[in-house]
Design a protein around this ligand. Structure first.
Ligand code: AP5
Ligand code: MG
Length: 216
């Protein structure tokens, strides 16, 4: 089964994608993670991407569509893909449909997390990620402990785009360019709306129930 995790910046997509990936043995494709990998390489392309990401704007559809096709080709045999943070524009949603047909794949469900701007600001302010294992934590809501994180706190850092100004810009971009994608999927029978304000394990339980009902 292939699925899409949809939601605003800081809405919990990465957190739920990681939980689902380990429970159902899925392959995660996160365009945000792929772009951050390119930024870390400090290539010319990486520098241009960083400028756009730091402004809270979206990377061009052209680049994202090429990136996705390359990754999709590598994971094609698995048919167990979870898309985190993609598609984010109508152009990307249309391109994904073309790619799915081309590679004979199907999306079983789109899971949409609904979270208010106030909550997003609080979550992003407390977010830390581990540069060694890529796990996502939160100083207030999900701190790294000896039990849930073996790498130790020295690998934890903040994302450069996690400040209040950028999150407000990212949220505006989300409303302007990404919410129309939700309407695109509303016209299909695969969209599930989830209250993303709940606690992490309450949300994942709802998602497991949906996944299990689809798997039969
Ligand atoms: P991306 O990395 O995808 O960022 P985003 O969409 O802004 O989303 P985030 O990763 O910030 O949040 P999340 O929903 O994954 O939440 P998380 O689980 O971490 O993209 C970054 C940038 O790259 C974009 O701004 C854009 O420039 C570019 N880009 C990416 N994809 C693109 C595309 N397709 N097209 C064009 N440009 C693209 O959770 C957040 C925090 O909250 C964590 O600390 C977590 O521990 C905590 N938390 C999670 N759930 C809960 C909960 N239920 N209760 C309490 N705390 C929680
Ligand atoms: Mg994320």
């Amino acid at each position: 089964m292939n699925l899409i995790l949809f939601g605003p910046p800081g809405g919990g997509k990465g957190t739920q994608a990681d939980l689902l990936t380990s429970k159902y043995n899925l392959n995660k494709i996160s365009t945000g993670d792929l772009l951050r990998e390119e930024i870390l390489k400090k290539t010319n392309l990486g520098k241009k991407i960083k400028e756009t990401v730091d402004k809270g704007k979206l990377i061009s559809d052209n680049l994202i569509n090429k990136l996705i096709e390359n990754v999709l080709k590598e994971k094609i045999n698995s048919n167990q893909i979870i898309f985190d943070g993609y598609p984010r524009t109508l152009n990307q949603a249309n391109t994904l449909n073309i790619l799915l047909t081309k590679y004979n794949l199907k999306i079983s469900c789109v899971l949409s997390l609904n979270v208010s701007l106030d909550t997003l600001i609080k979550r992003v302010a407390g977010r830390k990620y581990c540069s060694k294992c890529n796990k996502i934590f939160n100083d207030h809501f999900y701190p790294s402990t000896n039990k849930n994180h073996k790498c130790g706190n020295s690998y934890l850092s903040k994302r450069p785009d996690d400040n209040e100004d950028t999150i407000k810009n990212r949220y505006k971009t989300y409303l302007d360019e990404t919410v129309p994608v939700l309407k695109f999927y509303e016209n299909t029978s695969t969209l599930y709306k989830i209250d993303g304000e709940l606690e992490i394990n309450e949300i994942s339980q709802q998602i497991y129930n949906i996944m299990d009902s689809i798997n039969g």
